[in-house]
Design a protein around this ligand. Structure first.
Ligand SMILES: [Zn+2]
Length: 255
Protein backbone atom coordinates (compact mmCIF):
# COMPACT_ATOMS: atom_id res chain seq x y z
CA UNK A 1 0.00 0.00 0.00
CA UNK A 2 1.19 3.46 -0.87
CA UNK A 3 0.58 5.67 2.14
CA UNK A 4 -0.06 8.75 0.01
CA UNK A 5 -2.80 6.97 -1.98
CA UNK A 6 -4.52 5.25 0.95
CA UNK A 7 -7.45 6.39 3.09
CA UNK A 8 -7.09 6.58 6.85
CA UNK A 9 -9.28 3.50 7.53
CA UNK A 10 -7.08 1.52 5.13
CA UNK A 11 -4.02 2.68 7.03
CA UNK A 12 -5.63 1.90 10.38
CA UNK A 13 -6.19 -1.71 9.30
CA UNK A 14 -2.57 -2.18 8.12
CA UNK A 15 -0.68 -1.68 11.36
CA UNK A 16 1.07 -5.07 11.07
CA UNK A 17 2.74 -3.97 7.84
CA UNK A 18 6.39 -3.04 7.49
CA UNK A 19 6.64 0.71 6.88
CA UNK A 20 9.18 1.36 4.10
CA UNK A 21 10.66 4.87 4.08
CA UNK A 22 12.95 5.63 1.10
CA UNK A 23 15.60 8.34 1.57
CA UNK A 24 17.25 10.01 -1.42
CA UNK A 25 18.95 13.26 -2.34
CA UNK A 26 18.96 16.06 -4.86
CA UNK A 27 22.63 16.55 -5.61
CA UNK A 28 25.05 16.71 -8.50
CA UNK A 29 25.78 13.41 -10.26
CA UNK A 30 28.49 14.38 -12.70
CA UNK A 31 27.82 15.74 -16.17
CA UNK A 32 25.80 12.76 -17.34
CA UNK A 33 23.18 12.04 -14.63
CA UNK A 34 20.38 14.25 -13.22
CA UNK A 35 20.40 15.78 -9.76
CA UNK A 36 17.54 13.53 -8.61
CA UNK A 37 19.43 10.30 -9.42
CA UNK A 38 19.48 8.92 -5.85
CA UNK A 39 15.83 9.80 -5.28
CA UNK A 40 14.77 8.29 -8.62
CA UNK A 41 16.66 5.04 -8.03
CA UNK A 42 15.59 4.44 -4.44
CA UNK A 43 11.99 5.29 -5.38
CA UNK A 44 12.01 2.75 -8.21
CA UNK A 45 13.33 0.05 -5.88
CA UNK A 46 10.84 0.95 -3.14
CA UNK A 47 7.96 0.97 -5.64
CA UNK A 48 8.93 -2.54 -6.75
CA UNK A 49 8.97 -3.71 -3.14
CA UNK A 50 5.50 -2.22 -2.62
CA UNK A 51 4.18 -3.89 -5.79
CA UNK A 52 5.45 -7.27 -4.65
CA UNK A 53 4.22 -6.90 -1.05
CA UNK A 54 1.06 -4.80 -1.34
CA UNK A 55 -0.60 -6.40 1.69
CA UNK A 56 2.43 -6.35 3.95
CA UNK A 57 4.24 -3.10 3.14
CA UNK A 58 3.17 0.51 3.67
CA UNK A 59 5.35 2.74 1.50
CA UNK A 60 5.80 6.41 2.39
CA UNK A 61 6.78 9.03 -0.18
CA UNK A 62 10.54 9.31 -0.66
CA UNK A 63 12.33 11.84 1.54
CA UNK A 64 14.16 13.60 -1.27
CA UNK A 65 16.14 16.27 0.61
CA UNK A 66 19.34 14.53 1.64
CA UNK A 67 22.48 15.35 3.58
CA UNK A 68 24.60 16.51 0.64
CA UNK A 69 26.89 19.14 2.14
CA UNK A 70 29.90 17.38 0.58
CA UNK A 71 28.49 18.03 -2.92
CA UNK A 72 27.81 21.75 -2.47
CA UNK A 73 30.76 22.77 -4.65
CA UNK A 74 28.61 21.73 -7.64
CA UNK A 75 25.69 23.88 -8.79
CA UNK A 76 22.15 22.75 -8.14
CA UNK A 77 22.89 20.55 -5.13
CA UNK A 78 20.42 21.02 -2.28
CA UNK A 79 21.33 19.93 1.21
CA UNK A 80 19.58 19.68 4.53
CA UNK A 81 21.45 20.60 7.69
CA UNK A 82 21.95 17.60 9.96
CA UNK A 83 19.36 18.49 12.66
CA UNK A 84 16.76 19.20 9.96
CA UNK A 85 17.47 15.88 8.27
CA UNK A 86 17.20 13.91 11.51
CA UNK A 87 14.04 15.74 12.47
CA UNK A 88 12.20 15.09 9.21
CA UNK A 89 12.98 11.36 9.17
CA UNK A 90 12.14 11.00 12.86
CA UNK A 91 8.89 12.94 12.37
CA UNK A 92 7.74 10.37 9.80
CA UNK A 93 8.65 7.46 12.08
CA UNK A 94 7.17 8.98 15.23
CA UNK A 95 3.92 9.94 13.47
CA UNK A 96 3.40 6.41 12.19
CA UNK A 97 4.52 4.86 15.48
CA UNK A 98 1.89 6.92 17.28
CA UNK A 99 -0.73 5.49 14.90
CA UNK A 100 0.38 2.02 15.93
CA UNK A 101 2.98 0.85 13.40
CA UNK A 102 5.92 -0.99 14.94
CA UNK A 103 8.11 -2.12 12.01
CA UNK A 104 10.14 0.44 10.06
CA UNK A 105 12.60 -0.13 7.24
CA UNK A 106 14.48 2.93 5.99
CA UNK A 107 15.70 2.12 2.46
CA UNK A 108 18.51 4.53 1.70
CA UNK A 109 19.70 5.61 -1.74
CA UNK A 110 22.41 8.13 -0.84
CA UNK A 111 25.65 7.40 0.99
CA UNK A 112 25.63 10.78 2.75
CA UNK A 113 22.40 9.83 4.52
CA UNK A 114 23.57 6.52 5.99
CA UNK A 115 25.17 7.80 9.19
CA UNK A 116 22.27 10.14 9.86
CA UNK A 117 19.67 7.45 9.22
CA UNK A 118 21.40 5.25 11.78
CA UNK A 119 21.59 8.12 14.26
CA UNK A 120 17.91 8.96 13.70
CA UNK A 121 16.95 5.36 14.47
CA UNK A 122 19.24 5.25 17.52
CA UNK A 123 17.52 8.29 18.97
CA UNK A 124 14.03 6.92 18.35
CA UNK A 125 15.13 3.60 19.86
CA UNK A 126 16.58 5.37 22.90
CA UNK A 127 13.33 7.25 23.44
CA UNK A 128 11.24 4.09 22.99
CA UNK A 129 13.60 1.71 24.78
CA UNK A 130 10.80 -0.06 26.64
CA UNK A 131 8.86 -0.78 23.46
CA UNK A 132 10.18 -4.24 22.63
CA UNK A 133 7.95 -4.50 19.55
CA UNK A 134 9.60 -1.56 17.82
CA UNK A 135 11.83 -2.74 14.94
CA UNK A 136 13.95 -0.02 13.34
CA UNK A 137 16.16 -0.97 10.39
CA UNK A 138 18.17 1.10 7.91
CA UNK A 139 19.67 -0.49 4.80
CA UNK A 140 21.44 1.06 1.85
CA UNK A 141 19.77 -0.52 -1.20
CA UNK A 142 23.16 -0.79 -2.88
CA UNK A 143 24.77 -2.70 -0.04
CA UNK A 144 25.28 -6.01 -1.84
CA UNK A 145 27.97 -8.69 -1.56
CA UNK A 146 31.44 -7.76 -2.84
CA UNK A 147 31.61 -10.83 -5.08
CA UNK A 148 28.34 -9.81 -6.73
CA UNK A 149 29.72 -6.39 -7.70
CA UNK A 150 33.04 -7.95 -8.70
CA UNK A 151 31.21 -10.17 -11.17
CA UNK A 152 28.86 -7.51 -12.58
CA UNK A 153 31.19 -4.52 -12.91
CA UNK A 154 34.04 -4.18 -15.41
CA UNK A 155 35.86 -1.06 -14.14
CA UNK A 156 38.41 -0.59 -11.40
CA UNK A 157 35.87 -0.02 -8.60
CA UNK A 158 34.16 -3.29 -7.74
CA UNK A 159 31.48 -1.58 -5.68
CA UNK A 160 29.05 1.29 -6.03
CA UNK A 161 30.45 4.83 -5.75
CA UNK A 162 28.87 7.99 -7.13
CA UNK A 163 27.66 8.66 -10.67
CA UNK A 164 29.84 5.62 -11.32
CA UNK A 165 29.58 2.50 -13.49
CA UNK A 166 27.02 0.91 -11.14
CA UNK A 167 24.81 3.94 -10.59
CA UNK A 168 24.88 4.91 -14.27
CA UNK A 169 23.94 1.32 -15.18
CA UNK A 170 20.92 1.50 -12.84
CA UNK A 171 19.86 4.75 -14.48
CA UNK A 172 20.25 3.21 -17.97
CA UNK A 173 18.00 0.35 -16.86
CA UNK A 174 15.32 2.47 -15.18
CA UNK A 175 15.45 5.99 -16.68
CA UNK A 176 17.47 5.78 -19.92
CA UNK A 177 15.98 9.04 -21.23
CA UNK A 178 17.70 10.92 -18.37
CA UNK A 179 21.23 9.61 -19.06
CA UNK A 180 23.63 11.65 -21.21
CA UNK A 181 25.95 8.75 -21.91
CA UNK A 182 28.12 10.76 -24.32
CA UNK A 183 29.09 12.92 -21.33
CA UNK A 184 30.00 9.97 -19.08
CA UNK A 185 33.77 10.04 -18.58
CA UNK A 186 36.30 8.43 -16.31
CA UNK A 187 36.70 10.63 -13.22
CA UNK A 188 38.06 10.53 -9.71
CA UNK A 189 41.27 12.30 -8.68
CA UNK A 190 41.93 10.65 -5.34
CA UNK A 191 39.03 8.26 -5.04
CA UNK A 192 40.97 6.07 -2.61
CA UNK A 193 42.04 8.33 0.31
CA UNK A 194 45.65 8.21 1.61
CA UNK A 195 44.34 7.33 5.08
CA UNK A 196 41.08 5.57 5.93
CA UNK A 197 38.35 7.63 7.55
CA UNK A 198 39.23 10.91 5.85
CA UNK A 199 36.37 13.43 5.65
CA UNK A 200 36.32 14.90 2.14
CA UNK A 201 34.38 17.28 0.00
CA UNK A 202 33.47 15.76 -3.34
CA UNK A 203 35.34 18.43 -5.28
CA UNK A 204 38.55 17.09 -3.67
CA UNK A 205 38.08 13.60 -5.06
CA UNK A 206 36.39 14.24 -8.40
CA UNK A 207 36.97 16.81 -11.14
CA UNK A 208 33.52 16.87 -12.69
CA UNK A 209 31.42 15.18 -10.00
CA UNK A 210 31.57 11.49 -10.95
CA UNK A 211 33.79 8.61 -9.84
CA UNK A 212 35.14 5.59 -11.65
CA UNK A 213 34.08 4.44 -15.10
CA UNK A 214 30.49 5.51 -15.86
CA UNK A 215 31.42 5.13 -19.54
CA UNK A 216 31.36 1.35 -18.98
CA UNK A 217 27.74 1.39 -17.78
CA UNK A 218 25.08 -0.76 -19.48
CA UNK A 219 21.37 -1.26 -18.89
CA UNK A 220 21.98 -4.99 -18.48
CA UNK A 221 24.34 -4.42 -15.53
CA UNK A 222 21.74 -2.05 -14.09
CA UNK A 223 19.01 -4.65 -14.40
CA UNK A 224 21.12 -7.15 -12.45
CA UNK A 225 21.90 -4.66 -9.67
CA UNK A 226 18.24 -3.62 -9.47
CA UNK A 227 17.12 -7.24 -9.20
CA UNK A 228 19.70 -8.07 -6.53
CA UNK A 229 18.76 -5.00 -4.48
CA UNK A 230 15.06 -5.90 -4.60
CA UNK A 231 15.79 -9.51 -3.58
CA UNK A 232 18.04 -8.41 -0.73
CA UNK A 233 15.44 -6.01 0.67
CA UNK A 234 12.67 -8.56 0.17
CA UNK A 235 14.56 -10.93 2.46
CA UNK A 236 14.79 -8.16 5.08
CA UNK A 237 11.05 -7.44 4.84
CA UNK A 238 10.22 -11.14 5.21
CA UNK A 239 12.37 -11.43 8.33
CA UNK A 240 10.91 -8.26 9.80
CA UNK A 241 7.38 -9.51 9.08
CA UNK A 242 8.05 -12.76 10.90
CA UNK A 243 9.56 -10.94 13.86
CA UNK A 244 12.59 -12.25 15.69
CA UNK A 245 14.20 -12.46 19.07
CA UNK A 246 17.87 -12.00 19.80
CA UNK A 247 18.03 -14.65 22.50
CA UNK A 248 19.23 -18.07 21.42
CA UNK A 249 16.56 -20.77 21.51
CA UNK A 250 19.14 -23.45 22.30
CA UNK A 251 18.79 -25.39 25.50
CA UNK A 252 21.10 -24.25 28.23
CA UNK A 253 23.98 -26.79 27.94
CA UNK A 254 24.49 -26.66 31.70
CA UNK A 255 20.86 -27.38 32.36
ZN1 LIG B 1 23.93 8.75 -6.30
Amino acid sequence: MKLAEATWPEVASSLESVVVIPTGSLEQHGEHLPLATDTLLVTAIANRLEEEHQDTVVLTPTLWLGASEHHMAFAGTLTSDFPGYLSSLQSVIRSLASHGFRKFLVVNGHGGNSDLNRLALREVKRDQALDAQLLLVQQDYYSLPADFYAEVLSGEFKFIRHACEAETSLMLHLYPHLVKLDKAKQDGLHAVPPVPGLATSFSEISERGALGRPDLATAEKGQRIFQAAVENLTATIRTMRQGFVFRSDREDPAG
